[in-house]
Design a protein around this ligand. Structure first.
Ligand SMILES: [Zn+2]
Length: 153
């Protein structure tokens, strides 16, 4: 059902992206994020494409399967969607944080740790982009880290 309302195509952010095919209101379910869950953090592929996400404390969802078009949704420092875990029966859903227009790229916060962020540059092009894929609550800490590690001139 949801594949009708979203589509994947090349993205200006990275690789393929997930795009809205119609307008959405805030708080609407956009697409399921399908895959098996595990209680141990999955090893990330070396391709730089990351599909395993921590959807609840200590619970990871491996969305790498071909039946999960939502795996193409990119991270953004100013996302327009969030991934909400509804429990084992309903699974995880990308849900709009604000109204979306048809054709807009759907993005969400991958919620990466500080350590993960150092190996995952962000090119989301948001005005407040910090340049690394990292969970929003950790961004002030990363800003301090980057300030300290920047060479003086
Ligand atoms: Zn960014």
């Amino acid at each position: 059902m949801s594949e009708d309302v979203v589509e994947t195509r090349p993205s200006a952010i990275a690789g393929r992206g997930l795009f809205a095919r119609r307008d959405f209101v805030a708080g609407e379910r956009l697409a399921p994020y399908r895959g098996p869950t595990t209680t141990t953090p999955p090893v990330r592929p070396e391709t730089g494409e990351v599909f395993a996400l921590e959807v609840a404390a200590g619970l990871w969802l491996d969305g790498s399967g071909p039946d999960n078009p939502a795996r193409w949704a990119n991270h953004s420092c100013e996302p327009n969607a969030e991934l909400i875990w509804h429990g084992a029966a309903e699974g995880a859903w990308l849900t709009s944080l604000r109204p979306l227009r048809a054709g807009e790229e759907i993005t969400f916060d991958y919620g990466f740790s500080l350590a993960e962020s150092l190996f995952n540059p962000c090119a989301c092009r948001a005005s407040g982009c910090i340049g690394r894929i990292i969970a929003a609550p950790l961004r002030p800490a990363l800003r301090r880290h980057l300030r300290f590690s920047r060479p003086r001139d």
